[in-house]
Design a protein around this ligand. Structure first.
Ligand code: ADP
Ligand code: MG
Length: 401
């Protein structure tokens, strides 16, 4: 064991560290694998993305996860098996990437694994004041370390909860370190299954910076594309573009108290589920809605709830300097969402994340690699505060032996 500690200490002291970030979000589309080179830490962090790939999950694996995903009741044996199965599958995908990139695992210092979220239960969702915020990711780090031979840092979200947060969005830390810029007010919007943004004020005032979820990103689009059209997602908004927004349904959906709650807040598909949409449709008293219109309405819901959340921080009438919105996540490929955002955020500059040097699809995996970089070489002290919480080193360390 001493040898492992020594190795970790050496990694911590390196001027350049190779870290692979792994991300599998609520969309269950696949595993994002980002090989990054990091120099420095904290506000002096520099990152270079060396390789990136998203490896799509096959239907059978997605179905396995769906059996437990966001479900209040599950087969506990299956759940226990999945904790290992997800890790084994992720490790195999990492090994596959390394082979295709012609990189020896010994050249990689750390593996930063997000795992697969199976349940996200902040108080704002479960509503029981006597119970804490909680979130659960599976795909155990020990299995990743043993199967790849790389020191693995995993399960980042628990420390955030322990420090008083909801375990999400963790993007704030990496966004602040890597993309904060004096003189430019920035919003970094990531549209995964759930949409979230990070607010980076141009005056560098750490105290005002925060990250929050806004509500659904692609999650409802994905489940209804599957349910109504047998497609895993609404590619290029092809389905929504054939429909019309059902204004009354849109109005009912927007009445959910989550949208009014103060920032920062987080949520998951546990709330924004097919049942949530269907209960609003029932309130339309027997009216049937064309499937394409459902897609159009849900696409508009995603865009509107994002816009309304952003405008709460930066009201459209304000005379403040130009604001830039950087887009990442799979939703940035949905041209209808992007069109709605540009129409309603008049005066804002809207840019793809690539402009800041990191492709939008890779951003979250890079950020988790960044959290691992902080854990081994940052100097987080509980004295610094970001987004109202102490800055803490996140993740658990697993040695490959
Ligand atoms: N060309 C596209 N058109 C529309 N939606 C897309 C497109 N490409 C990706 N997406 C959406 O992005 C989702 C994946 O986004 P991602 O950022 O990986 O989310 P997560 O972090 O939840 O895994 C897909 O499920 C799909 O809904
Ligand atoms: Mg994904």
């Amino acid at each position: 064991m001493k040898q492992h500690i020594k190795h970790l200490y050496e990694i911590s002291n390196k001027t350049r560290r190779h870290i692979i970030g792994l991300m599998s979000g609520t969309s269950l589309d696949g595993l994002d694998v980002a090989l990054c080179a990091f120099e420095g830490s904290g506000l002096n962090t520099r990152v270079e993305l060396l390789q990136f790939e998203t490896i799509g999950y096959d239907d059978a694996f997605r179905l396995e996860i769906r059996k437990v995903f966001a479900k209040k009741e599950v087969d506990f044996q299956h759940f226990t098996l999945l904790n290992v199965l997800v890790a084994e599958r992720h490790a195999a995908l990492v090994n596959q990437c390394l082979a295709s990139w012609d990189i020896n695992p010994a050249e990689v210092d750390l593996l930063a694994s997000h795992g697969q979220t199976v349940f996200h239960a902040p108080r704002v969702f479960h509503g029981m004041p006597e119970y804490p915020n909680a979130t659960l990711q599976i795909g155990d780090g020990d299995h990743l370390a043993m199967r790849t031979g790389i020191i693995t840092i995993s399960d980042f979200r628990q420390k955030h909860v322990a420090a008083g947060g909801e375990g999400a969005p963790l993007a704030l830390y990496g966004d602040y370190f890597l993309f904060g810029k004096r003189g430019e007010d920035r919003f970094l919007l990531n549209m995964g299954g759930i949409a979230n943004f990070t607010w980076l004020p141009g005056d560098g005032d750490m105290g005002r910076s925060f990250a929050t979820d806004t509500g659904p990103g692609n999650t409802l689009l994905d489940v209804f594309a599957q349910e109504l059209f047998g497609q895993p997602f609404d590619k290029d908004a092809g389905l929504a573009l054939k429909g019309r927004v059902h204004e009354r349904l849109l109005f009912l959906l927007k009445q959910d108290p989550f949208f009014e709650k103060p920032f920062p807040k987080t949520i998951g598909p546990e709330l924004f589920s097919p049942a949530w949409v269907k209960s609003a449709i029932i309130r339309l008293r027997g009216e049937t809605i064309d499937p394409h219109d459902i897609m159009a309405t849900l696409t508009r819901l995603t865009a509107d709830t994002i816009t309304e959340a952003l405008c709460r921080v930066r009201p459209p009438s304000s005379n403040l300097p130009a604001t830039t919105l950087y887009l990442s996540g799979g939703g940035a490929h949905n041209q209808l969402i992007v069109k709605y955002l540009s129409q309603s955020l008049k005066g804002w500059q809207i840019q793809p994340m690539e402009v800041l040097g990191i492709p939008g699809d890779a951003k979250e995996a890079v950020l988790f690699a960044g959290l691992a970089n902080e854990t081994v070489s940052g100097d987080a002290t509980q004295k610094s505060v970001l987004g109202g919480l102490p800055v803490v080193g996140m993740g658990k360390i697993s040695f490959p032996g």
